[in-house]
Write a protein that binds this ligand. Structure first.
Ligand code: GDP
Ligand code: MG
Length: 603
């Protein structure tokens, strides 16, 4: 098929607005799958994707569509809808010349609609606005059209109205794709360059690379290399996805397809890298941006006998997900485990859910933390090792006297909400140290709010609280906004005067006392009462910011000695006190493992 009859596009939408359903319909309309085959969400291959209704891996499908007696090749490049994966969205969009901006005609524009719109807009892609679910009786297309006009300056006449569920208007979408989106502007006669934008692991063929061919062509048997990693491979197989793999002998510029070349792991298939033929000098394609994990969590086996199983499961899963980082970790309480780095919260949840579902690995996931940046005072040591330090584990937090400045990661949060919830949302954002950037009406009773927020404040429970206080109506999305100077301290927890390393925490100075008090009362609740009294303290820079006392069970040694003589009574009491003192010394380690699990795990 000549380049002029290729269209590369993507569907972008807020979660649940019908992206997968529309993709299914497009597959049916073009005959890629049989109508009424009973298969749904064909592109969502992973169980977690189906359950959560989100796309994790960018899939892609090539559709053949006949229009006015000409055959067109339509490449639907699926993008993850959530902004955790905004790098992936952005990369997938690099392979497109246009997007379908799909909006639920009932829900209207939501936070991810806005985020995704701008990703497409910045790339100068043709945007086809489509309202979905017009079959719903609460659908209000007029109102959503107004929102699109207010927010994105999209004219009402441009907006298509469809129902992906019942298949209404889908042919118009196909027409618009052909008529409005330009063919890729490529040269098939120049040197071969392809953008690697996703990869997955095949047991028999190693990591497969999903690519967009930007120039030239490639054939089975060619020798290829990656611009950044420099590894060299033989092309063993080429295919397009329809949606099953369909072998081809050549992939040419403008096309999207899969290269099999025996890469051993997804780590070798560096996403965003440029593939070219060995020996040819090329300019790399844009799109290479190393992803940096922003949310870290410890993962430990429920009991140490399952260590090997968990290790295997993590390794397998990481093989398929080049964005996750894995390092060994050890906790005196939880034993040997791993510290994993993720792009964001959803990424963490998806990964751990897959760990459980696909590999049956039972594990403890610790509460997530963010990477803090520290500028050390200059000393002889820092002359050698550098003054900048990233801390992902609170145990490694330096002493205050060593530190010149602290920095913490920030995000720009976008919230879309009915205006009646403005008050509670503002209180929540203030409590989370947010600074409001803007508040704009998108129609007569809906607002879009933008906040500068510290990432650490949203990784725990921000989204859940937001949903609760707005009865589920507000939507939230965030994007990375670099580091900002901050005032951080280490919060230590002491049990009977002894520091418990695994319970320490890095917190903002204004939060230290509240969090310290909360941890103490929580520990008081969950530590089982013992024969000795346990003093629980939260300490910041040597100052006590919270304390609780867990009273001992009193084994009343004198109970049986009705009216017994005083000296004997005194002696027994003294003995008991002695016993207590001995116990105290071991109190710190007699804590059951469950206690730590309770405190450390994600709620
Ligand atoms: P995604 O998260 O954007 O991929 O959304 P899905 O395609 O999974 O759809 C989310 C929900 O909306 C599913 O329950 C669909 O059945 C439903 N849905 C999708 N399109 C329509 C539509 O046109 N009309 C109605 N009534 N429901 C739809
Ligand atoms: Mg979906």
């Amino acid at each position: 098929i000549p380049v002029e009859r290729i269209r590369n596009f993507s569907i972008i939408a807020h979660v649940d607005h019908g992206k997968s359903t529309l993709a299914d319909r497009l597959l049916e309309f073009t005959g890629a799958v049989k109508k009424g085959s009973g298969k749904n969400q064909i592109l969502d291959k992973l169980q977690v994707e189906r359950e959560r209704g989100i796309t994790v891996k960018a899939q892609s499908v090539s559709l053949l569509y006949k229009c006015k007696d000409e055959m067109y090749l339509l490449n639907l490049i699926d993008t993850p809808g959530h902004v955790d994966f905004s790098n992936e969205v952005s990369r997938s969009l690099s392979a497109c010349q246009g997007v379908i901006l799909l909006v639920d005609a009932n829900d209207g524009v939501q936070a991810q609609t806005v985020a995704n719109f701008y990703l497409a807009f910045e790339k100068d892609l043709v945007i086809i606005p489509v309202l979905n679910k017009i079959d719903l009786k609460n659908a209000n297309p007029q109102r959503v059209c107004n929102q699109l006009k207010n927010l994105f300056d999209i004219d009402q006449e441009e907006v298509l109205k469809i129902s992906a569920k019942i298949g209404l208007g889908v042919d118009n979408v196909l027409q618009a794709i052909i008529n409005k989106i330009p063919a890729p502007n490529v040269n098939r006669n120049s040197t071969f360059r392809a953008l690697l934008y996703d990869s997955w692991f095949d047991q028999y063929r190693g990591a497969l690379a999903l690519v967009y061919v930007a120039s030239g062509y490639i054939e089975v048997g060619n020798k290829i290399t990656l611009f950044h990693s420099k590894n060299v491979y033989d092309v063993k197989s080429l295919s397009i996805l329809r949606p099953e793999e369909y072998s081809v002998s050549r992939l040419a510029a403008g096309q999207v397809g899969v290269i099999g070349c025996n890469m051993r792991s997804s780590k070798e298939a560096v996403i965003g890298d440029t593939i070219h033929k060995l020996g040819e000098n090329i300019e790399p394609l844009e799109g290479f941006q190393a992803t940096r994990p922003m949310v870290f969590a410890g993962v430990y086996p429920i009991d140490q006998s399952q260590q090997q199983n968990l290790r295997t499961a993590i390794e397998k899963l990481a093989l398929n997900d080049s964005a996750v980082t894995v390092s060994n970790d050890f906790s005196p309480a939880l034993g040997q485990g791993w510290r994993l780095g993720f792009l964001g919260l959803l990424h963490l949840e998806v990964f751990t859910q897959r760990l459980e579902q696909e590999y049956g690995a039972d594990s403890i996931i610790t509460a997530p933390s963010v990477p803090y940046k520290i500028l050390l005072k200059s000393t002889k040591q820092t002359l050698k090792s550098g003054r900048e330090l990233y801390i992902t584990n609170p145990i490694h937090f330096p002493e205050p006297f060593e530190v010149e400045e602290y920095y913490e990661p920030m995000v720009i949060g976008t919230i879309i909400t009915p205006d009646e919830y403005l008050g509670p949302i503002m209180s929540l954002c203030i409590e989370k140290r947010g600074i409001q950037k803007s508040a704009t009406n998108i129609d007569n009773n809906r607002l879009i709010l933008q906040y500068d927020l510290p990432l650490s404040e949203i990784v725990m429970d921000f989204h859940d609280i937001l949903k609760t206080i707005t009865s589920g109506y507000a939507t939230f999305d965030y994007e990375d906004n670099g580091y900002c100077k901050s005032n951080l301290v280490k919060l230590n927890i002491l049990l009977n005067g002894k520091e418990v390393e695994e319970l320490c925490n890095i917190v903002h100075v204004t939060k230290a006392s509240t969090i310290g008090k909360k941890m103490c009362s929580r520990l008081k609740e969950i530590i089982p009462r013992q024969l000795i009294q346990i003093n629980i303290q939260a300490i910041v820079n040597g100052k006590v910011v919270g304390r609780e006392t867990l009273k001992a069970f009193r084994k009343d040694v004198t109970a049986k000695l009705y009216g017994g003589d005083v000296t004997r009574r005194m002696k027994l009491l003294a003995q008991q006190a002695e016993g207590k003192r001995k116990m105290k010394m071991v109190a710190n380690i007699s804590l059951p493992r469950d206690t730590f699990i309770e405190v450390l795990k994600k709620q």
